[in-house]
Write a protein that binds this ligand. Sequence first.
Ligand code: IPM
Length: 360
Amino acid sequence: MKLTIAVIPGDGIGPEVTAQAKKALNAVAEVYDHIFLYKEAQMGACAIEATGNPLPDATIKICKKADAILFGAIGELKYDNDPSAKVRPEQGLFRLRRELGLFCNIRPVKSYDKLIKNSPLKKEVISGTDIVIFRELTGGIYFGNKEISEDGKTASDVCSYTYEEISRVTHLAFKAAQDRRKKVTLIDKANVLETSRLWRKTVTEIAKEYSNVELNFMFVDNAAMQLVLNPTQFDVILTENLFGDIISAEASVFAGSIGLLASSSIGDKCALFEPIHGSYTQAKGKDIANPLGSILSAAMLLEHLGLREEADAIVRAVEKSLALGITTQDIKGKNQYAASTAKVGDFIADYIANQEDSNM
Ligand code: IPM
């Protein structure tokens, strides 16, 4: 199969980890006889530096033409520490999500037995955790009208949702639940927010089409607590944009390192794949960042395009690297010998290239 993959390395550790994901993809292309063509594009702080625009038109064009998009990370300390900056790296990502209609963000989180000791949570609490978070990605407070008064002392961000915005992500979440443990938990704040009440009404109605899936509701404050008290009660979590951002960051502790987590952002025509760890600028250029989140994002990309066996080959290689302890500092701990970003990438690529024929 010949595929064009738009690659947006982005900021901070984005370029380093994306380079390892490309190594894994190249190994897959070699073993399974595919052709992957990469079209590199800019977004974020690096794009602001180069063009003054966090999302140049050329990037949108490349992404629209590609079969899928592999993205690294966005953000730069300089902007994080300057709330008055009018042009910000993240605006690039928001615009890309909107322009490409990437309305559904999917974040799988599970606890790996081998890494349970890395989590600050107790083994007996997190063992067996296996959750997928469906976060609505192009609506809500992120995209509502934003205002600041002339004297700079009052600000507002509007949160609004439509039936259509809620319904399309809800269908995807229920479909996923049908192939899993058949339980959807809607996380909202329906005791306070009108938008949450619309979510409950819409999701309840749609749930009737999926009679084999159990639906339950949880207020976001309780969910934040339940996630760390009893995470195995969750299967598919469905939620709006801001709650999804927060809940998925909280859930990342189950995996033992946020560096392991991958995500996809799906629309009707395009799909983007990225690790959830962000730009981690402090580690930029040090060859210490964990590339597994990006590598697993590449696996999600292949699976999305129907290349399941190829995706499995990447996942097996990642599991092997964890089992053998060929991992970066965030997993190994500072006092143990840790592999560099590039070494982990090399191991994964070699393992894919040398997997037994019987696995294929
Ligand atoms: C994420 C990130 C982004 C978000 C940031 C980088 C703007 O936290 O993808 O979860 O808030 O959506």
